[in-house]
Unconditional design. Structure first.
Lengths: 246, 155
């Protein structure tokens, strides 16, 4: 890990802790309870940022995949970054479904319903689980990266469907409050600030996770290359084993 | 379309397009996907079943036909593309359904809603669902044309 990279990881980690603390304080003690939903609405400060961050993570995956597929910009760096971002996106999507379910129980009276937003989000989760499964299939590095990039770009087509599902279909899930078609956020000032702080906090957390996972992916790539080198030169493998034994 | 020269000249975009369409709508032994001829027969049989058993009355035949055609193209294009991606892998039998089933969810949704709209009296929103199916089919066909050659070569 180079010193600037290490410092970036530390800074994003520190910012995440500070911003998440501020978001928790604002969400639990400053923002007023909702007039209809009461305290259950406070889950929105977790639900909305993780859902948006999942979109962002998949957007980064799609962009990196595209850069990998373009011959001029092809580099394993983009493939590693795409895989790292997709893993975080899957985690955030699962968290979105989970905390949405926790919120739905007191507000809707049910844990789950076959609602367009819920179904398309679950489809999105499965699309990217398939993508991650494809990345785990043993294959040559370039072939795996190229296949994964195509699948990532195709999977990203579901993101606008998820976002627009509440507009296209008549759903139990509420319409977009902030990113609505009129671009006119319908939210109280303190609630908007709390939501903004939460989004910033989770964005820092996403950046921190992404950098850490990207570094790990690079180490994995280097390890795989080393294993291949050792397999190609048995005497080198023997000497390194002896060195290890010593 | 399936004559050998087209298969050898994968470098040309037009040739890739022909290869993709030929694979989707004809029967190539290299890639096993549910082919369109069988699907067309299944669609016709299901429609006959709907008409006779449930008294399905078609108010908008254009919506019905267009949705069936666009959905078939979408499923065929997605099937060929995902099958090509997984063709050289040992876990292809598990991987293709895992990748394809969630990807085909928009076709299932759009197709169902379009067929519901096709039997609705008065102006329905069937063409909106046909548009969604057409976007899906165009997306996968365009991706297939762009990626098919390189995916086949690497496989």
């Amino acid at each position: 890990m180079t010193p600037p990279f290490r410092w970036t990881v530390r800074i994003t980690g520190g910012l995440s802790v500070v911003a998440l603390s501020a978001a928790v304080w604002l969400a639990l003690f400053v923002a007023p309870p909702d007039a209809v939903q009461g305290d259950a609405q406070r889950l929105m400060y977790l639900h909305v940022p993780v859902a948006w961050l999942a979109y962002l993570a998949y957007g980064v995956t799609a962009l990196c995949s595209l850069l990998y597929l373009i011959p001029r910009t092809r580099s394993m760096r983009w493939d590693n970054l795409a895989g790292a971002s997709a893993e975080i996106g899957v985690m955030f999507t699962a968290l979105t479904i989970l905390d949405g379910s926790l919120w739905a129980r007191p507000v809707w009276g049910i844990w789950w319903t076959w609602d367009a937003r819920l179904v398309t989000t679950t489809v999105l989760l499965f699309l990217y689980l398939g993508y991650l499964a494809l990345r785990r299939v043993p294959s040559s590095t370039d072939a795996r990266a190229r296949r994964s990039a195509v699948v990532a770009l195709l999977a990203f087509a579901d993101v606008p469907i998820v976002h627009l599902s509440v507009i296209w279909w008549r759903t139990l899930h509420q319409q977009p409050t902030v990113l609505n078609p009129e671009l006119n956020p319908q939210i109280h000032g303190v609630m908007a600030v709390t939501l903004l702080v939460s989004v910033i906090a989770f964005t820092c957390l996403y950046a921190h996770f992404l950098l850490r996972r990207f570094h790990l992916a690079r180490l994995e790539t280097r390890r795989d290359e080393l294993i291949l080198q050792l397999a190609a030169q048995p005497e080198l493998a023997h000497s390194s084993m002896l060195a290890g034994a010593r | 379309l399936c004559s050998p020269p087209y298969w050898r000249r994968r470098d040309l975009p037009l040739s890739r397009c022909r290869t993709l369409l030929a694979t989707a709508f004809a029967c190539r032994p290299q890639i096993r996907v549910p082919f369109s001829s069988a699907r067309r027969l299944l669609e016709a049989a299901l429609l006959m079943g709907l008409v006779t058993v449930y008294g399905f009355h078609v108010e908008h035949p254009v919506v019905l036909v267009l949705s069936a055609v666009t959905a078939s193209i979408g499923i065929a294009a997605a099937g060929v593309l995902y099958a090509t991606i997984a063709a050289s892998l040992r876990v292809r039998d598990t991987l293709v359904p895992l990748l394809m089933l969630p990807a085909l969810a928009p076709v299932a949704l759009g197709g169902t809603r379009a067929w519901v709209a096709a039997q609705a009296v008065g102006p329905g929103d069937g063409l909106r669902w046909v548009q969604l199916l057409a976007v899906f089919a165009s997306l996968f066909t365009a991706f297939g044309i762009a990626a098919y050659g390189s995916l086949i070569e690497e496989g």
